[in-house]
Design a protein around this ligand. Structure first.
Ligand SMILES: NC(=O)C1=CN([C@@H]2O[C@H](COP(=O)(O)OP(=O)(O)OC[C@H]3O[C@@H](n4cnc5c(N)ncnc54)[C@H](O)[C@@H]3O)[C@@H](O)[C@H]2O)C=CC1
Ligand SMILES: O=C(O)[C@H]1O[C@H](OP(=O)(O)OP(=O)(O)OC[C@H]2O[C@@H](n3ccc(=O)[nH]c3=O)[C@H](O)[C@@H]2O)[C@H](O)[C@@H](O)[C@@H]1O
Length: 431
């Protein structure tokens, strides 16, 4: 049955939610405060790199199921049944989630939401938010956390592992859950605090898992084991699973860093010493510091004045999102230490402060003392590494994603320095 839906915020989550719910047959009005973005969306233009999203937007516009307006109030009509909050909840100065955008939207719509409408919160908000903000509106607030990943947002939304809805008003929670009835996924109808907690518990678990793997990779480096073989051996155990076991330059992106810090803040506020999560956050900083050390070593101890080629700036492959990207942090640290950074990322164009951004990966490595792979774009694997070796002034490639073929690099005359794997160098294996 077609429902009348309003979605506030047209970023990764809001636009995906709006376009996918329209695809499921609902009528959706999406609102944003960014006037120019709304104008572009009305013309079918999608700024973010998300496979299938632009097609869904165009389709929704064409069949009349998807509209874009400026301002939350303009998305609400007398027959609106569910209003989704998909606005940012960034890290505040004290580490807690900053809920000002959520509160300002509620203040904007509080007087005009029709009776019978429900507010569904897709923004990631700390436990207790639904109950705490309930006084602001006369309609029920339902927590409906979103688990999509950037780069596969549409696929994740339409093929979810689970739907979670939670509210003090069970009927309202069920109503929000029913919007997804065309999708085959288990639906959990919970109380609001539990639904809110599922989101943080899941993201923080992923962060802890990655910090653990990154620490194991560091250990592999020191004891002569190969982390690729180790994680393969671990992954056969279904209790561990194969996914999220790839070491890297530290985890980043717009969510894991802010959500781990926000949950830490919640734990602190109730007097719980969540040392495990704190260690995971600290390990992530060590991981980035370790990558910087490797780059310094490749430049004979200091990067001052050294030309460094950076391959990849996005926080992971498949996205052009630079928010809280470990690659950007590492590039900025190198620039801060006096390196001359030339960077290439297949999804990023324009200007980047402090560095030269080039469209051609070979231009990025030209004259470099060391090359650093920071994002796991598959196209870096198939570069002509003999050509790279000829263009470079040095010979070390620090592969923070364990992406490249070490043998191929060694044959090209390069030293391949991965994370938790034996160093491959022309003629011999080094530790
Ligand atoms: N990016 C992701 O992969 C995921 C994000 N989340 C959560 O979803 C929320 C939104 O994240 P993103 O979509 O990444 O953010 P985003 O930054 O991509 O998009 C947010 C949008 O909201 C708009 N906006 C801000 N204030 C507004 C207001 N008062 N009225 C109308 N529009 C307003 C902004 O202009 C922007 O277009 C956050 O709480 C995040 O933690 C949850 C799951 C996945
Ligand atoms: O709340 C959110 O916003 C989302 O956060 C993450 O999704 P996303 O930020 O898109 O990115 P991930 O794919 O989870 O990657 C996070 C970071 O971990 C790194 N990573 C991931 C996997 C891996 O094996 N190794 C690894 O280093 C990535 O490079 C990246 O820096 C979660 O995976 C989503 O389920 C969640 O909805």
């Amino acid at each position: 049955m077609q429902r009348k839906i309003a979605v506030v915020g047209t970023g990764y989550v809001g636009l995906t939610t709006g376009a996918c719910l329209a695809r499921l047959g609902h009528h959706v009005v999406c609102a944003d405060i960014d006037t120019e973005k709304v104008a572009r969306l009305r013309a079918g233009q999608v700024d973010i790199l998300e496979p299938g999203l632009a097609d869904l937007v165009k389709r929704g516009l064409a069949d009349g199921n998807l509209e874009f307006v400026v301002g939350a109030a303009n998305a609400v009509a007398a027959d609106t049944e569910v209003l989704f909050l998909c606005v940012p909840t960034p890290m505040g100065a004290d580490g807690a989630a900053d809920l000002r955008a959520v509160e300002s939207v509620l203040a904007e719509v509080r007087g005009i939401l029709p009776a019978g409408c429900a507010v569904a919160t897709k923004s990631t908000v700390p436990v207790g938010t639904a109950d705490r903000l309930q006084y602001m509106v006369d309609v029920p607030i339902v927590s409906n956390p979103e688990f999509l990943r950037e780069g596969s947002a549409v696929g994740d939304f339409l093929n979810p592992d689970r739907i979670v809805v939670g509210s003090a008003d069970r009927a309202a929670a069920q109503k929000v859950g029913d919007l997804y009835s065309a999708l085959e996924a288990p639906t959990l109808v919970l109380d609001a605090p539990s639904a809110e907690m599922v989101k943080y518990a899941a993201n923080c678990f992923l962060a802890v898992k990655l910090s653990y793997v990154n620490a194991i990779a560091q250990l592999c480096d020191r004891v002569g084991a190969d982390v690729q073989a180790v994680t393969e051996g671990m992954g056969y155990d279904p209790r561990i699973g194969r996914s999220f076991l790839k070491p890297g330059p530290g985890w980043g992106g717009s969510c894991l860093p802010k959500d781990t810090t926000a949950l830490m803040h919640v734990a602190d506020s109730v007097g719980l010493d969540f040392g495990l999560l704190r260690s995971a956050i600290e390990q992530n900083a060590h991981q980035q510091a370790d990558v910087l050390d490797r780059i310094r070593q490749a430049c004979d101890g200091t990067v001052r004045g050294a030309r460094i080629g950076v391959l990849g700036l996005a926080f992971k492959a498949g996205t052009n999102d630079l928010r809280d990207s470990p690659a950007i942090r590492i590039a900025e640290a190198l620039i801060g230490e006096g390196a001359e950074v030339t960077a290439h990322d297949p999804a990023i164009t324009g200007e980047m402060p402090g560095m030269r951004l080039v469209d051609d990966p070979y231009e990025a490595v030209k004259g470099a003392i060391a090359v650093v792979v920071l994002t796991e774009w598959p196209e870096f694997r198939t570069l002509d590494w003999t050509k790279v070796a000829e263009l470079m002034d040095g010979f070390t490639v620090v592969d923070t994603r364990n992406l490249l073929d070490g043998d191929e690099l060694a044959h090209a005359g390069l030293t391949w320095q991965a994370i938790g794997r034996p160093v491959e160098s022309p003629g011999h294996r080094l530790r």
